[in-house]
Design a protein around this ligand. Structure first.
Ligand code: GDD
Ligand code: MN
Length: 366
């Protein structure tokens, strides 16, 4: 009978065909004294990464492949991979060899000795480095790290890291509360685990990609912001609605600025306010539409003809929202004449209405 692994190494992959054999070779070298297995979680990569992994599996029983179809997402892939393990310890590492596998034994030692529940590999303490980052990616990473520290109070020096190891029993506890969206699996685990999760860190040098290309893009940045915001509300409010509300607030500011400008430009007209208010409304509505298309509904972004159709629909729904808002607020005000209560309830109602109509009809799920 062969003994079961002590450590499962989960490797999320999307279009990493050229990296998998080299990664397995390096894991084998780095983990001579450990009973390990590698679980590749591949989202049906068009380059056939899963085939390459299964070829290796056929010869090496320590290597497994979980091929997911009809789904995409780094965090979800990591969660499913870890949950398919029965080993006491699980690790997550990128397939492209940017994460230094040689620190895995040190990470395991910190868990096995019982001093921590999770060991996060970090580029941002003494002994670690992210010099291989491009200037732009380095700046994005630094900004995201700062924002995370300000907004969450999480105690990780490199919360954006996708390289860590943890006790499986702790993961099983928190797994039902994790989000499958985006890249920020470690941050999500640390925040969901809270104070009870004892965290240690392991410095390492972030290397160059061995083969292929990065999958990082603006969509992932937006999703990250959404995760941060949702966690701040204790997961009570959907990130999409938070973005919608932020865009709406910006829209109000845009409206007031446009109104002030229009009033100065139109001062020679008779009845300038009416016209200025119409112009400001149109500008604010357009700005709201564009921002929602770029941010709130980035994953369903409209282009070309669909963009024009969407804009018309958006304006129509918003007008109905305004009418309903005014009606409701006026009725409430008659019932109970506190102006700000009536006004706020009317405004919240129309925001909810606009959000529901936008989600259902303007930016429909595909
Ligand atoms: N299964 C699956 N599904 N895997 C994915 C997906 C996906 O949708 N998207 C990316 N991956 C895999 C890649 O194949 C790679 O193994 C790993 O996730 C990291 O993706 P990269 O595309 O190499 O990301 P990066 O190098 O730009 O980003 C690195 O830095 C980020 C922040 O600094 C990674 O270490 C991230 O984990 C980290 O958050
Ligand atoms: Mn990478």
């Amino acid at each position: 009978m062969t003994s079961s692994p002590q450590l499962s190494i989960v490797v999320p992959t999307y279009k990493e065909r050229g990296n998998v054999a080299e990664l397995v070779r390096r894991l084998d070298l780095a983990l001579r004294d450990v009973r390990w297995e590698a679980i590749f979680v591949d989202d049906n990569s068009p380059d056939g990464t899963w085939e390459a992994v299964k070829e290796i599996s056929a010869a090496d029983p320590r290597v497994r492949c979980l091929r997911r179809v009809g789904r995409r997402g780094l965090a979800g892939a990591c969660i499913e991979g870890m949950l398919s393990s029965a080993a006491p310890f699980v690790a997550v590492i990128d397939a492209d060899l940017q994460h230094d596998e040689k620190v895995l034994p040190q990470m395991l030692a910190k868990l096995a000795s019982g001093q921590a529940d999770l060991v996060a590999a970090t580029r941002y303490v003494e002994g670690g480095s992210a010099a291989s980052f491009s200037e732009k990616r380095g700046a994005i990473s630094a900004l995201a790290t700062k924002l995370t520290h300000k907004l969450t109070g999480v105690r990780l020096s490199d919360p954006m890291s996708g390289f860590f190891m943890m006790r499986r029993d702790r993961l099983e506890e928190i797994a039902p509360r994790l989000s499958p969206v985006g890249f920020k699996i470690l941050l999500d685990i640390a925040m969901t685990g809270g104070e009870r999760l004892r965290i240690a860190e392991q410095p390492y040098t972030f290397g160059e990609r061995f083969d292929g290309e990065s999958k990082f893009n603006a969509q992932i940045g937006v999703e990250f912001l959404g995760l941060l915001l949702a966690k701040m509300t204790g997961d009570l409010v959907d990130p999409r609605f938070i973005f919608f509300a932020i865009v709406g607030t910006i829209g109000l500011a845009v409206h007031l600025i446009a109104l002030a400008l229009a009033l100065t430009l139109l001062h020679d007209f008779n009845e300038p306010f009416r016209l200025a208010q119409v112009i400001a409304t149109l500008i604010a509505m357009t700005s709201n539409f564009i921002l929602n298309n770029e941010l709130t509904y980035r994953d369903r972004r409209l282009k070309g003809f669909a963009l024009i159709r969407g804009f018309v629909l958006f304006c129509l729904f918003a007008s109905v929202g305004v009418l309903a808002n005014v009606d409701l607020a006026s009725w409430l005000y008659v019932e109970r004449p506190v102006w700000w209560v009536a006004g706020a309830i009317g405004a919240v109602m129309s925001a909810l209405w606009n959000y529901a109509m936008s989600t259902l009809f303007v930016w429909r799920a595909r």
